[in-house]
Design a protein. Sequence first.
Length: 339
Amino acid sequence: MKNLGFLSFGHWSPDRGSQVRTAADVLLQSIELAVEAEKIGLDGAYFRVHHFARQLGSPFPLLAAVGARTSKIEIGTGVIDMRYENPFYMVEDAGAADLIAGGRLQLGISRGSPEQVIEGWRYFGYAPNEGEDDAQMARTKAEIFLQLLDGEGFAQPNPRPMFPNPPGLLRLEPHSEGLRDRIWWGAASDATAIWAAEQGMNLQSSTLKTDETGEPFHIQQAKQIRAFREAWKSAGHDRAPRVSVSRSIFALMTPEDRMYFGSGGKDEDQIGVIDQTRSIFGRSYADTPDRLIEQLREDEAIAEADTLLLAVPNMLGVAYNVHVLDSILRHVAPALGWR
């Protein structure tokens, strides 16, 4: 494991006990958490994107704001649902955010997960082409997005422009050199992981995966990572790929930790059905640091990945989440090969 970051789902709720009561709270606290995470030495600040929900939904203003307030930490998403995106407009937003951040953007994109409303992407004005389903629509948009990020001109210029044009066909601006190599695909199956490798995208594998073999989650996930790397090698790309996994991990250090998580993590994988597909969910971890180290050393997918994203309970507030991250950073991560 070379990199350690956090992943926030960006929940907010006015319910009693929540430290994140409004949309303004979650946006401002997300920025502050990234700033504080950079101070303690964390490598990445990643945010989940959901629509029609009391969660983070419009990533690029947030990513740009984090980029302006920090200087070293990687800034990413895990993931942006491409079913809701216009890849042309997205290229402009992503390029601007990456330039503000000085080339630190790590964009995770995907087909996404079930949302709060039925076929919510239709409200955004999108529908699959004839013969496509929504998953194929997302992959098609991703391919267009990647092609546009290459920065090649494709649009015929106006012969009487308002402002002078450079010669040749025009591309979308602003263009951020190198961003194309920092796009990740969130894959739930082995097949989509292989497709991501063929497209030259890095791999994000989360705590949910299509149950393809009946084996424990971390073993299936490790096999997915190995299949991705083999496909990457076969595709002949000229750079090394990156792979991330995410986990819920809590070190029990204080009475507050034990109050929130003292009953322990989910010791076993969970099985569920999502979109008529049997899926397997990875376990969570909550224990003393020494026991966490023993348990996490048995996780084959963490051993295979170069980046571990820690899912944080963002509604408990910035200060507590900094404590959660710092506890892992100081007392667990070094034993797993970090730094």
